[in-house]
Design a protein around this ligand. Structure first.
Ligand code: OOG
Ligand code: MG
Length: 256
C-alpha cells in the first residue's frame, strides 16, 4: 500500500520537475475522491514547506466545454500559491511545464470571509474586485489523460495564473464576450456565461466545496472561476491575448 503522503510526493515531484507520471488510478483503481483531496492537501503542504504562500483557489470543470475536453463532468477545485502567479504581459517559460494549456477565466478577489452554503448575493457581497484572467493548466499525467481522483490529487492541473486589471465588484460579468487569440488569430470564442450560467455561481461552489475540507475563502484570496472555453495548447513563440468585453485584455508570450 502506498500512503497518501507518498502519493503527494509523487504528484508534487512531477509538478516541480515537469516530468509526466502515470495516472494514480492505474495502480490504485479504488482511489477515492476524498483521498485524492487529502493527497492534494499534502502536496500543497510540501509547497508551503518550501516557502510558497497561499494565494487562493481555482475552480475547475465549471463549463460544459471544459468537461467535454477532459471527459470528467464534476466540478473540482485546487489551491493556488503565490509561486503560480505569472506576470501579465510577461513571458511563460514552456520548459517548466509538461504540456501546458491556456484557458480564459474570470478572477475574483475576496474582501470578506466566505464559508459554506451561501447565496449568489452573499458571495457577491464578499467580493472585493473582479478581473479578466487566464489560467495555465498542466496535467502531470501522461497525454493529459486522467480520471476524477487523478486530477484532484494533481491539484486540479493548476500550474499558473494571470490576472488583468481589477474592476469594481459591482461590474456585471454574467455574460461577457471573450475572444482568446494566438498570434492575432482567434482560437477560442465564448462568453463568461459558459461558467455555470454566471461565474458568481463558481464562487458559491467554491465556498461550499472548500468548507468540506474545513477551509473558507479568506480576504485577499484570489478565486479563479474556471475556464469559459476549452483550453488551448502552448508552444514557444506564441503570443496569447484574451479580450474580455468591458474588462479589458490579458496577454503573455511563450518562450522556450
Ligand atoms: C482540469 C482543470 C480544469 C478549468 O478551468 O476547468 C480547469 C484540466 O482541465 O486539466 O482548470
Ligand atoms: Mg482552469
Amino acid at each position: 500500500m502506498t500512503s497518501l503522503a507518498e502519493l503527494a510526493t509523487i504528484v508534487d515531484e512531477a509538478a516541480s520537475t515537469a516530468i509526466a507520471i502515470p495516472q494514480l488510478t492505474e495502480s490504485l483503481p479504488g482511489l477515492s475522491v476524498e483521498d485524492a483531496y487529502a493527497i492534494q492537501a499534502l502536496s500543497l503542504a510540501r509547497r508551503r514547506a518550501r516557502g510558497e504562500r497561499r494565494a487562493g483557489y481555482k475552480m475547475g470543470l465549471t463549463s460544459r466545454a471544459k468537461m467535454q475536453q477532459v471527459g470528467v463532468s464534476e466540478i473540482i477545485w485546487g489551491r493556488l500559491t503565490d509561486a503560480m502567479r505569472l506576470i501579465e504581459g510577461g513571458d511563460l517559460v514552456r520548459s517548466r511545464y509538461v504540456h501546458p494549456r491556456v484557458e480564459p477565466e474570470i478572477a475574483y478577489i475576496i474582501g470578506k470571509p466566505l464559508e459554506g452554503d451561501v447565496s449568489a448575493a452573499e458571495a457577491l457581497a464578499a467580493v472585493e474586485a473582479v478581473a479578466p484572467a487566464m489560467e495555465i493548466i498542466d496535467s502531470r499525467y501522461r497525454d493529459f489523460k486522467f480520471a476524477l481522483p487523478d486530477v484532484v490529487a494533481d491539484n486540479s492541473s493548476s500550474s499558473g495564473f494571470y490576472v488583468g486589471s481589477w474592476a469594481k465588484a459591482s461590474t456585471d460579468v454574467a455574460n461577457l464576450g471573450i475572444v482568446m487569440e494566438v498570434d492575432g488569430r482567434p482560437v477560442q470564442i465564448g462568453s463568461s456565461a459558459a461558467i455555470l450560467g454566471n461565474p458568481i455561481r463558481s464562487l458559491v461552489s467554491a465556498a461550499r466545496l472548500v468548507a468540506r475540507a474545513g477551509e473558507r475563502l479568506e480576504p485577499g484570496d484570489i478565486v479563479m472561476a474556471g475556464g469559459a472555453t476549452a483550453a488551448y495548447p502552448l508552444t514557444p513563440g506564441q503570443y496569447v491575448r484574451t479580450t474580455f468585453q468591458s474588462l479589458g485584455a490579458v496577454a503573455f508570450s511563450v518562450v522556450a
